[in-house]
Design a protein around this ligand. Structure first.
Ligand code: FAD
Length: 283
């Protein structure tokens, strides 16, 4: 079980996403074959917030679990889902021998009206975890935010929400990406004081282009330390140098986290096998 793995070992795991274009879908299996050879402890697969492409997540998770023989964690979101939708995805996962789920609320899809958002079946990830615990035998993890979730007024209120997810049955947490380890250490301390006892995995996203830095800040809200913005200013115009510098930054972050005894590292691979291989070789 992922929880035991995280408690016993210092794990390294990967995140992949289902390619958006159907024509590119097959390439994900080649990617997984390469990632599999790097022997991660588990691989997680993202899920569209609206849930309409959930079958892609299930298909990829099934390949990881059954063909590669590596533990798969299927992300599931509830913002656009009914109870029946979630049970149907849970059944498909079960049929495919996938028992681990990262239970998320998901961001509000652009085409969701205020009324639909207000009337959603599951207000928060903790409600979904509660529901899946009662109605399935899936093992669940949840998301956490070292710099707080953008909708929360304070770290304190976000940690209260995190505690609710733990109480509902989340067995571990995977963190939002962060680029300054001090934020992460401070978060771990606060989570510990709040009574978070389940293992927490550190989410690491290598920044390999100037463009990616912009999108990442918009999507994650994570702070960018001067050291990282300086790298982009220096190497941003030269793609290969920027790639190397970004990977080197992520490696240093990971080595520091490992030295400080974190439970696990979850690498946001962005479906880039070469980058993942370079990082694994260095750590
Ligand atoms: P929640 O835990 O519900 O939290 C959302 C907000 O509500 C927070 O501000 C929280 O403090 C507050 N809150 C929570 N519970 C309560 C409560 N009981 N009472 C009051 N306030 C509460 N998105 C995708 O669409 N697909 C993915 O595959 C995906 N994978 C992700 C993986 C990781 C590791 C992370 C960190 C995020 C991922 N996301 C994904 C993004 C995620 O869906 C968004 O960040 C979303 O906005 C919040 O999801 P959540 O599960 O953290 O929500």
């Amino acid at each position: 079980m992922i929880k035991d793995m995280l408690e016993d070992n210092r794990t390294v795991s990967f995140e992949v996403f289902p390619p958006k274009k159907d024509g590119e879908f097959k390439s994900v299996f080649e990617l997984l074959d390469t990632l599999g050879k790097l022997s991660p402890d588990f691989i997680s697969v993202t899920y569209g917030a609206g849930g309409s492409r959930s079958h892609k997540t299930v298909e990829i998770a099934s390949y990881i679990q059954n063909t590669l023989g590596i533990d798969a964690v299927a992300h599931m979101t509830c913002v656009g889902s009914t109870r029946e939708d979630l049970l149907s995805v849970a059944d498909s996962l079960r049929e495919n021998n996938v028992t681990h789920v990262l239970a998320l609320r998901g961001d509000r899809p652009k085409d969701m009206s205020d009324e639909q958002f207000a009337a959603r079946a599951f207000a928060h990830a903790s409600d979904m975890i509660d529901f899946l615990r009662e109605n399935t035998d899936l093992y669940m993890g949840g998301a956490c935010y070292p710099e707080k979730h953008f909708e929360s007024f304070s770290m304190e209120s976000d940690l209260n929400s995190l505690k609710k997810k733990q109480e509902a049955g989340a067995e571990y947490f995977i963190s939002q990406m962060f680029f300054d380890n001090d934020y992460y250490y401070s978060f771990l301390e606060k989570a510990d004081k709040k009574g978070i006892t389940v293992p927490i995995c550190a989410g690491i996203m290598p920044i390999t282009s100037a463009k990616q830095l912009g999108t990442t800040i918009t999507l994650s809200g994570s702070s960018i330390p001067k050291r990282l913005s300086d790298l982009v200013a220096t190497y941003g115009e030269n793609p290969e140098d920027m790639r190397k510098a970004g990977i080197d930054y992520a490696i240093r972050q990971i080595l520091d986290l490992q030295e400080n005894g974190v439970n696990g590292i979850h690498l946001y691979t962005m479906n880039r096998a070469k980058m993942a291989a370079e990082i694994m070789a260095a750590i």
